[in-house]
Design a protein around this ligand. Structure first.
Ligand SMILES: Nc1ccn([C@@H]2O[C@H](COP(=O)(O)OP(=O)(O)OP(=O)(O)O)[C@@H](O)[C@H]2O)c(=O)n1
Ligand SMILES: O=P(O)(O)OC[C@@H](O)[C@@H](O)[C@@H](O)CO
Length: 441
């Protein structure tokens, strides 16, 4: 394509990606079966001026990972979505390609954006229909392909809502997320006085994701004006104005909010940390002595809103924990347990999963009363630090907790609660400063 229909001075897109096949319906849960192809366009070509930061907000890091990677992950894990086009500023194309590779994102391709959001979205839509035969297939009436458009800075989108938008877009031609207005909308005079206010109950905030059949959004962008491209902010409006397609509006959950200001980055980081810290598995190594402590930690952590699974090892069905975003707590009793930690590290390496964020391994060492000297009870501390330093390079944070057996029930219960509290704090905070440290419960 010579130049870019949305932005005449933009170069034609680089090569296209193979047309994705419909997500295999036999892999989709019956209650959410999508039997038509769905693609997603993630506009990420903005500069994020309202954050006041140099780095565009979509590339700001949360636990070592850019915000856009969380949004891509939220979309790519949906089985019935075949292709994702991320639209970034030309100067960020290499960065985006690196992010796709580093975090092993699948089904994703980066294309250059435009000077406005509409131009970027239009570039993304055109990229989906790159080759003529692909566009013909997409425009054929009997196989409406749905295109979901979702701001790349809305990371907390859930499959359930994407499904609702995709199904409504297929039926109606267009669909969009809405949320109740928080503030009343008013119109001002040119002198800055109140002209009138709108009846808030009659209005809603337009959010993302939005969905369109390919023909609707493609035609809308073919027919809209330069002014639409320059100052427009609403794709649903283009569908109505230029295709006569009235979007179905679906109220979305509060999690659809968009990262816009600096405070939103702090809120997003807190939510991401919280979400990644709710689950862990406690590994007893099959030791009978470790089970009571593991069960006690599980119970105490439950009161701290952490769901812990107690397992003997990571073999058989339990290897599934290696494929999730779990954290690991290895309980060891009275013996040097570095080998058990090294075994978890080896299993993680064999699972070959891209660690999308720092993963936590906590070694809980239970020593009995006659082993009070830490140097004898806990594995060689220097070796532990070395293993932790090496693991840190793989985005794995290794911490140690020493707890002493006590026959005094009250004292023992206090110790177990401290183990749970320290574990919860380490998983939530994932502080690099405490890596390789031995904390006392
Ligand atoms: N030329 C543009 C402008 C915006 N966007 C994307 O559209 C989404 C929503 O826009 P907004 O929140 O306004 O992002 P920015 O334009 O980057 O923010 P600001 O207005 O503060 O500069 C973002 O993912 C942004 O990257 C885009 O793809 N191309
Ligand atoms: O207007 P901005 O570019 O800040 O953000 C985009 C949002 O306005 C947009 O995603 C929704 O309103 C739906 O159109």
């Amino acid at each position: 394509m010579e130049g870019d229909a949305c932005d005449p001075d933009r170069p034609a897109h680089p090569g296209t990606f193979p047309a994705g096949e419909c997500g295999r319906t036999d892999q989709q849960p019956p209650e959410r079966r999508v039997d038509f192809p769905v693609s997603v366009v993630l506009p990420a070509g903005g500069t994020g001026e309202r954050t006041g930061l140099q780095t565009p907000k979509q590339f700001c890091l949360f636990m070592g990972r850019p915000l856009i990677s969380y949004t891509i992950q939220a979309v790519e894990r949906v089985l019935w979505i075949q292709n994702i086009v991320v639209v970034v500023a030309k100067e960020h194309m290499d960065l985006m390609t690196d992010i796709i590779q580093q975090f092993r994102h699948r089904k994703v391709r980066a294309v250059p954006g435009g000077s406005t959001r509409h131009r970027s979205i239009c570039n993304g839509v055109l990229a989906l229909g790159e080759q003529e035969e692909e566009k013909e297939r997409l425009l054929s009436a009997d196989r409406p392909k749905v295109v979901i458009i979702h701001d790349a800075v809305r990371p907390f989108v859930e499959e359930d809502f994407l499904y609702k938008i995709a199904m409504a877009a297929k039926e109606q031609g267009a669909a969009g997320a809405i949320r109740p207005l928080v503030s009343t909308v008013i119109a001002t005079t040119s002198e800055g006085y109140l002209d009138h206010s709108l009846e808030r109950a009659k209005y809603r905030a337009s959010e993302m994701p939005q969905g369109f059949t390919y023909d609707v959004i493609y035609q809308a962008y073919q027919r809209c004006t330069e002014s639409d491209f320059e100052v427009g902010t609403e794709c649903l409006h283009l569908a109505l104005q230029y295709c006569g397609t009235n979007a179905k509006l679906i109220e979305g959950p509060p999690t659809l909010w968009k990262v816009t200001y600096k405070r939103d980055l702090a809120a997003a980081e807190s939510i991401i940390k919280e979400t990644l810290s709710r689950s862990a598995c406690v590994i007893t190594g099959g030791s009978e002595q470790a089970v009571p402590l593991a069960d006690a930690i599980q119970k105490a952590a439950g009161a701290l809103d952490m769901a812990l699974d107690v397992i003997p090892n990571l073999m058989g069905d339990n290897c599934r924990y290696l494929l999730k975003e779990y954290n690991f707590i290895q309980v060891s009793v009275n013996r040097s347990c570095l080998s058990e930690v090294k075994s978890i590290l080896k299993d993680l390496e064999a699972a070959n999963q891209a660690l999308l964020h720092p993963l936590v391994i906590i070694l809980v060492h239970l020593s009995c009363p006659d082993e009070l000297s830490i140097s004898r009870a806990m594995p060689e501390l220097a070796a532990f630090m070395d293993v932790a330093s090496a693991a840190n390079l793989r985005n794995i944070l290794l911490y140690g907790i020493q707890v002493h057996q006590s026959k005094d029930t009250e004292r023992w219960e206090r110790s177990v609660l401290r183990v749970a509290e320290i574990t919860s704090a380490l998983i939530r905070e994932r502080s690099p400063a405490l890596v390789g440290q031995l904390l006392q419960a």
